[in-house]
Design a protein around this ligand. Structure first.
Ligand SMILES: [Zn+2]
Length: 221
């Protein structure tokens, strides 16, 4: 997804770079921590293999498998002898912990200071650091993890930094949480005026329909 209406700096490349990492954060939170979705309770995956399967499915649904990483990162993983998508069950368990730390940043409202404190701790724990990756044959790419970081640390640092950048430019409201009943999914709101309230059209329509029925009942009573 490219971000048309919103610019951190006026540089589309940086926006899409940060934007994908915010979306990755939302995917991690949704598939590893959501306890309800689209009006129904759901059980988050609990074992490493289930978590890995859920994450793989979630990212495949948005066309991010197997190239989950930037080309730069994929090349680095390949150079290190690991295929681009080499998450293990244990990695998935660690990513579930990362997702739990990222979740409070979405829909934080007046709890933003607490969310920011957890984000700051996450960034320290996973050694987040601005870092230019690249070599003489490829353009340099700005990442937020050390070149020798493992995949989990890299994702934690990159997603955490992306959320911090959104919050830090006064745009925390763009880290949305679905306002429909029985839906704990989160999303990155890229609408022009940051007005999105629901994870998708299904939740929006369900909420509108139930509000309509409530009005009808009130009128007829
Ligand atoms: Zn929803």
């Amino acid at each position: 997804m490219t971000i048309e209406a919103w610019r951190i700096t006026g540089q589309p490349d940086l926006d899409s770079h940060i934007g994908w990492r915010v979306e990755l954060a939302a995917h991690l939170v949704n598939c590893l921590t959501a306890t309800s979705a689209h009006g129904r309770p759901v059980t988050p995956p609990s074992g490493g293999d289930d978590r890995l399967a859920a994450l793989t499915d979630q990212l495949a649904a948005v066309g991010r498998v197997p190239s989950l990483l930037t080309a730069d990162e994929a090349d680095r993983m390949a150079a290190a002898g690991r295929p681009p998508l080499s998450l293990t069950d244990a990695d998935a368990d660690r990513l579930a912990e990362v997702a739990a730390e990222l979740r409070p940043s979405f829909g934080a409202g007046d709890r933003i200071l607490g969310a920011a404190a957890r984000l700051n701790q996450l960034l320290v724990r996973h050694n987040a650091v601005p870092n230019l990756h690249g070599d003489p044959h490829r353009p340099l790419v700005l990442s937020f993890h050390r070149a020798d970081a493992d995949l989990v640390d890299a994702w934690a640092a990159d997603t955490g930094t992306a959320l911090a950048m959104v919050i830090g430019v006064g745009q925390a409201a763009r880290l949305g949480a679905c306002q429909a009943d029985e839906c704990s999914l989160v999303f990155f709101d890229t609408t022009r005026n940051a007005s999105r309230r629901f994870c998708d059209l299904a939740c929006q329509n369900r909420t509108k329909a139930s509000a309509y029925r409530a009005r009808r009942r009130a009128q007829s009573s």
